[in-house]
Design a protein around this ligand. Structure first.
Ligand SMILES: Cc1cc2nc3c(=O)[nH]c(=O)nc-3n(C[C@H](O)[C@H](O)[C@H](O)COP(=O)(O)O)c2cc1C
Length: 377
């Protein structure tokens, strides 16, 4: 068992996760698109956001509570939807969903996650469901109805995959669905015994929410199905149709332009989720953090503002909140936690992020999150 006291930062979790995951799973998680300039730019532009501490404010125990969509969360930190997570660490969806329920932070399940939305609802009745809509109208309606019946508190429609992107690093590493069984893959798996044992115990991951619509449990056929039968290239009419099918709170994810945000509010979005998919889609694309202020200004108080892409510490959460985000989601970071430590790593990652945020707020002299914007340099 790892010594938790020595895993003090997200970077510590990342390093340990990398050691414990087979290369093929690591490359799938870690990679960006193309030459990874967008991934690097997300980091560089985040680091460029600096803040000016104020003194004599005695903010020793700051309040990290974060209002969003009619609810007050314990921190502006959420678990982002990550597809095929159970390939990265078996049981991870359950571990993260349960942790989020305990800690009072939002959890969003991916359409292409390993667990079914019904099973996740049992662990976290306040879960959000991220939608890649099936092209088949009946399947689309059924999936949305199931999310509603299971009690999902919000539907999150992801817009930023008009087409699958070129993931050069993944291709080089032989990431595929399923990965080709080569001697290298077998050696890769066998040299990561904790992962191999956990996967063997839990069984090969599938896409359980989509299982009713896929005529096979074979991983290859499932992957082909998702590539062909999920509607990634949505039009405003397509978004409006989904909005009409969903009676609850409606969030659109992957927005980078104020005019798109404007259009989506017109269609009925309750929150705009600013994201460049963690640098996984377009390598010459703007850093998500640079897109945030313009969207915040355009949206005003007409909709909630959510942010993700490149959040790797509580300090990054403080930066994005200062620039107008009400909630910051973390994709890769929470996977690092569970891959590093198993299920307890979910809470450990959350504790690191929240403690860092709280500490940064004290250092800056902020009692509440809404004071952070006054500290921007
Ligand atoms: C391996 C991986 C799989 C992802 N799968 C999905 C998905 O199924 N649906 C979705 O909306 N976003 C997906 N995303 C994007 C995340 O929700 C989020 O936007 C991104 O990870 C944020 O960047 P970060 O990893 O730097 O926190 C995925 C990201 C990664 C890294």
């Amino acid at each position: 068992m790892a010594n938790l006291e020595k895993l003090v930062s997200m970077e510590d979790l990342r390093r340990r996760a990398r050691r414990r995951m087979p290369r093929v799973a690591w490359e799938f998680l870690d990679s960006g698109t193309g030459a990874e300039t967008a991934l690097i730019r997300n980091r560089e532009r985040m680091d460029a956001v600096t803040m000016v501490p104020r003194m004599m404010r005695a903010a020793r125990v700051p309040d990290t509570s974060a209002p969003l969509l009619g609810r007050t969360w314990q921190a502006p930190i959420g678990v982002a939807p990550v597809g095929l997570q159970s390939l990265m660490w078996p049981g991870i969806e359950q571990a993260l969903a349960a942790m989020a329920a305990r800690q009072g932070i939002p959890y969003c399940l991916s359409t292409v996650a390993g667990e079914s939305l019904e099973d996740i609802a049992r662990v976290n009745p306040d879960f959000w469901f991220q939608l890649y809509p099936p092209t088949d109208a009946e399947a689309r309606r059924d999936l949305i109805r199931r999310a509603h019946d299971a009690g999902a508190k919000a539907l999150v429609l992801t817009l930023d995959i008009p087409r699958s992107s070129r993931r050069e690093r993944q291709r080089r590493a032989g990431v595929g669905m399923p990965p080709k069984t080569t001697a290298r893959l077998v050696a890769d798996v066998l040299s990561h015994p904790s992962w191999a044992l956990a996967t063997w115990r839990r069984g090969v991951p599938t896409m359980r929410s989509l299982a009713p619509y896929i005529p096979s449990t074979d991983m290859k056929k499932m992957a082909e199905f998702t590539a062909r039968n999920l509607a990634f290239d949505l039009t405003p009419e397509g978004v409006a149709e989904i909005r009409d099918l969903w009676p609850g709170q409606f969030i659109v994810k992957g927005v980078l332009h104020p005019e798109d945000a404007e259009k989506l509010i017109g269609i009925g979005a309750d929150a705009i989720w600013v994201s460049n998919h963690g640098g996984r889609q377009v390598d010459i694309g703007v850093a998500a953090i640079d897109a945030l202020p313009g969207i915040v200004q355009a949206v005003g108080d007409r909709a909630g503002i959510i942010y993700d892409s490149g959040i790797a510490s509580g300090a990054d959460v403080a930066r994005a909140v200062a620039l107008g985000a009400q909630m910051c989601f973390v994709g890769r970071g929470f996977v690092w936690g569970v891959a590093a430590l198993g299920a307890p790593g979910a809470a450990h990652a959350e504790a690191i992020l929240r403690d860092e945020l709280s500490n940064v707020m004290s250092q800056l002299g902020c009692h509440r999150l809404d004071e952070l914007k006054e500290r921007l340099a």
